[in-house]
Design a protein around this ligand. Structure first.
Ligand SMILES: Cc1cc2nc3c(=O)[nH]c(=O)nc-3n(C[C@H](O)[C@H](O)[C@H](O)COP(=O)(O)OP(=O)(O)OC[C@H]3O[C@@H](n4cnc5c(N)ncnc54)[C@H](O)[C@@H]3O)c2cc1C
Length: 425
């Protein structure tokens, strides 16, 4: 029997009717997690916050693990780096209580751990990424955690042979610092140039000469077929004898623990909207940092892997979760790197089919900037600066608008022009 007037439909999500969560569980205890708790408190949140971590150590910063592998032997604690003490802003911090699973209903969440469930009415997934170690490469080290850095540090040094598989951001950084300390370093790269996944083959190739100048042997187009603790064998039969082998072949979102509890992309990432709400889950479930594949009005879907994103996105997440009404921020994807004696900053997402324009001559040693454009257009999708601090601020501002910037390509090539002055209005 139906009554009149009919009852309103059951909300899919209790948060839809305007409730602010009474308690929040944050899974992960890295940069994005720490910033999330700080952002909730900054916005006046007085509810209960529980943090679950997996490494058993206080939150620390990852970029120094490679850049300062040999000259900073202790972690760079986030308390010092960003001025947030997680234990002071969260009610409960369990640094060694990894999440094992999650159950989400329309009103709350339950996170499974070895010590029982943690329930709350909002969940923030901030479990970052894990380094990829291909099957059969168990003898290779990886570099993702402070413990990994300790292990690697103990086996590299002057006169010792290190084979790095992968000439990406981390491979290049480690190769440079180990060679500078007198290590005998060989980098093996399957693609035809370094950094080709991030920058494409043409721009990546402009970094090839840096390796020899830094005393690093670089083998490109080289397929690894066997990894042992003391050697790496290549498809052409070459055997590289090593004291240590580092696999630096990328990272994937660390979401295996989620299982089928939340919708995951094939690479493990959690797709989120502009407010960091997980697409396909109730709005009291958020994901931020390296786990998130974020929708950006300017760039489309932005994968994780950006320190700056983990630093900045939590402010938007907190404002939306607490309904304080601030419009979502849309930070440009931004990666910085110090490698082989060069300072790099990449803003935006280079497209595989994009045209590339260069500002400055990579051969003259004075720094240069690469700009990516949608084919045949003035729409700029990404800017890479190499040893050109003057272009860094300009590039950042170019990607601060609502849409991708449009630039006069001929003017943008001209180093005499300020990069921002080449924007078309
Ligand atoms: C060596 C290295 C160098 C880097 N250099 C740069 C750089 O120069 N520029 C740049 O832009 N980016 C750099 N990055 C990437 C940058 O550090 C990340 O983008 C950033 O740390 C992401 O922060 P996050 O909080 O999302 O993840 P993380 O910092 O990885 O934190 C996630 C935390 O979650 C924990 N966790 C995982 N699973 C669970 C679980 N089941 N339960 C509970 N906790 C869990 C992890 O142990 C970890 O502590 C670098 C990364 C590495 C590894």
């Amino acid at each position: 029997m139906t009554s009149w007037p009919p009852a309103p439909p059951e909300p899919q999500d209790a948060r839809e009717v305007g409730a602010v969560p009474r308690d929040v569980v944050v899974v992960g205890a890295g940069l994005a997690a720490t910033q999330t708790v700080a952002a909730l408190r900054d916005r006046g949140y007085a509810g209960r916050v529980t943090v679950l971590g997996a490494e058993g150590v206080a939150p620390y910063d990852r970029p120094p693990l490679s850049k300062h592998l040999l000259d900073r032997t202790a972690p760079t604690w986030l308390t010092d780096e960003i001025g947030v003490d997680l234990t002071a802003v969260a009610d409960e911090v369990h640094l060694d209580r990894p999440a094992r699973g999650v159950r989400v209903t329309g009103t709350d969440v339950a996170v499974a751990t070895d010590d029982g469930e943690v329930t709350a009415d909002a969940l923030v997934v901030a479990t970052g990424a894990r380094a990829v170690r291909p099957a059969g490469w168990e003898a290779a080290l990886t570099l993702h955690t402070a413990a990994d850095a300790d292990t690697l540090r103990a086996v590299v040094g002057a006169g010792r042979r290190l084979v790095v598989v992968g000439a990406g951001w981390i491979g290049a950084e480690v190769a440079g610092v180990v060679a500078a300390a007198g290590g005998d370093v060989t980098v093996v790269e399957a693609a035809t140039s370094p950094l080709s996944t991030a920058l494409g083959a043409r721009v990546g190739a402009l970094t090839t000469g840096w390796y020899a100048r830094a005393g690093v042997r670089l083998l490109t187009g080289a397929q690894v077929v066997e990894v042992r603790p003391d050697r790496v064998r290549l498809a052409d039969g070459t055997v590289l004898v090593a004291d240590a082998v580092l696999a630096a072949v990328g990272a994937r979102p660390a979401t295996a623990w989620v299982g089928t509890g939340l919708p995951r992309e094939p690479d493990g990432s959690l797709r989120v909207d502009e407010t960091l709400a997980v697409v396909g889950a109730p709005r009291h479930v958020r994901a931020v940092g390296d786990v998130a594949l974020r929708r950006s009005a300017r760039h489309g879907w932005v994968p994780g892997g950006h320190w700056d994103g983990a630093l900045r996105a939590p402010a938007t997440l907190a404002a939306d979760l607490l309904r304080v009404g601030a419009p979502p921020e849309d930070p440009a994807p931004y990666v910085f790197s110090t490698q082989l004696g060069h300072e790099l900053a990449l803003f935006g997402l280079p497209g595989g089919e994009d045209d590339v324009e260069l500002r400055g001559d990579p051969a003259d040693g004075d720094g240069w900037t690469a700009l990516w454009f949608r084919p045949g257009t003035s729409t700029c999708t990404a800017v890479l600066t190499v040893d050109r601090p003057r272009d860094v601020g300009a590039a950042r501002r170019l990607f601060a608008g609502a849409a991708l910037p449009r630039l006069d390509r001929a003017l943008a090539r001209d180093l005499a022009r300020g990069l921002r002055d080449t924007a078309l209005v």
